[in-house]
Design a protein around this ligand. Structure first.
Ligand code: SF4
Length: 215
């Protein structure tokens, strides 16, 4: 039977040879567990914007006009706008996304920013694709792959995805007021466990009051 929850994943994590060096990254990643519960949808933003495999590497650089994704060797190469636009594409069918850490495109909170002369400038930030993807899918459960090595984190993430999937069913499938109310009641306690952001529930409740106003 097909696993129930469609979840996007940085494609190199599946072992697909899409990295800049022509390799994949799947060695020893805990896929056996994830494949049982997630229907994984691979996405490689760098290939998605038309870059080749293999390709010249890119990195994040702090410039006078903000952080940019530019070539390590060819400093005139700038793919920031393409990666950001690719992240803005809506992927409404997904119930989660697993990102490759430290990537200038896919890193969620772990990507180094360099200064113009190539040194590491300051802190860890979000990759260019991840940045606009997360902004375009604000409540989608997103995680970096390395966090899922930990069993407790992994189980928590699986739970978040299943709750998000249920929430999508409730708001998208013509649910009755009783079904919405039941969802709100049953999931309210999960906010305090950080399994569900507060805003979706508020939205759902606002929807309920909008419905009531119309009657
Ligand atoms: S980290 Fe992202 S952009 Fe880089 S190879 Fe993997 S999927 Fe592609």
């Amino acid at each position: 039977m097909k696993p129930p929850f469609p979840v996007g994943i940085s494609e190199c994590l599946t072992g697909a040879q899409v990295r800049y060096d022509g390799k994949g990254k799947s060695e020893a990643y805990p896929f056996d567990v994830l494949k049982e519960v997630f229907s994984l949808t691979p996405v490689c933003p760098e290939v998605g914007i038309g870059l080749s495999v293999p390709r010249s590497p890119i990195r994040l650089v702090r410039t006078a006009i903000g952080t940019r994704a530019v070539g390590v060797f060819d400093k005139s190469q700038d793919v920031t706008d393409q990666l950001e636009a690719y992240g803005e594409q809506k992927r409404a069918s997904l119930c989660g996304f697993i990102f490759m850490e430290r990537s200038p495109s896919c890193g969620l909170n772990s990507t180094k920013v360099h200064n113009l002369d190539g040194g590491v400038a300051m802190g860890l930030v979000r990759g260019m694709f991840a940045r606009t993807f997360v902004a375009s899918h604000p409540y989608l459960p997103c995680v970096e792959a390395q966090a899922l090595w930990d069993e407790e984190n992994r189980n928590k993430y699986i739970k978040k995805v299943s709750i998000y999937s249920h929430w999508q069913e409730v708001i998208n499938n013509g649910s009755t007021e009783e079904e919405r109310l039941s969802f709100c009641t049953s999931y309210q306690s999960l906010i305090t466990q950080e399994l569900l952001p507060e805003n979706p529930l508020k939205q759902l409740m606002l929807g309920l009051s909008d419905d009531s106003d119309r009657r």
